[in-house]
Design a protein around this ligand. Structure first.
Ligand code: SF4
Length: 187
């Protein structure tokens, strides 16, 4: 996905936006993720209250914008997504097996082109973009699809780049699980 109008909380973006030079692993990429996970757990324990108490920071992490008054009407959807995701991890073995956080990898705006390629038939019909496809988001009932802009409401944010959306898909198993018809991979 290269713009917000391609509805997907998961990336399928144009190549090279955060380029392959960032691909090497580094412990420095671990700490922001651990910090985020700490807030994620605390927010769940407070049933979403923390996201409002830390409103400017929440807004920055998810909307790339500390002006929380522009975004806090969406904060409840972040908590709903967190709850849904956590329950799925605990209850659905296939979901938890396919789920993967690239803890040490640099944040990404698109999948790793050394491991994946766009299927020729998709390329012919849609080019490099997701072209309005919502399949992977619908597969997990993602609450972060913005019906107003018909796109991912957290596209390009810290959360989006550092966790599963930006690097998605990472392998054939994810492609199959999420039913993506765009990407193919040998790994
Ligand atoms: S399923 Fe594939 S093509 Fe569709 S939005 Fe997700 S990544 Fe893009």
């Amino acid at each position: 996905m290269s713009n917000r109008n391609d509805v997907s909380s998961f990336s399928s973006g144009s190549p090279g936006q955060l380029s392959e030079r960032h691909e090497e692993s580094s412990i420095s990429h671990l700490f922001p993720r651990l910090g985020f996970i700490s807030l994620y757990v605390l927010n769940l324990l407070t049933l979403g209250l923390l996201s409002y108490l830390l409103a400017p920071f929440t807004s920055l992490l998810f909307f790339d914008d500390p002006r929380f008054w522009r975004h806090w009407h969406k904060f409840h959807k972040l908590t709903l997504r967190s709850m849904h995701h956590t329950l799925a991890l605990l209850r659905q073995s296939e979901y938890s097996q396919v789920f993967h956080v690239p803890w040490l990898k640099a944040p990404r705006m698109s999948p790793d082109r050394t491991r994946l390629r766009v299927r020729p038939e998709w390329l012919r019909l849609h080019g490099e973009h997701c072209d309005g496809c919502t399949t992977c988001c619908e597969r997990i009932d993602c609450t972060l699809i913005d019906p107003d802009v018909k796109g991912c409401m957290v596209y390009g944010s810290f959360f989006w780049k550092y966790f599963t959306c930006g690097p998605f898909p990472e392998n054939r198993r994810q492609i199959d699980y999420y039913g993506c018809e765009k990407w193919q991979s040998d790994v």
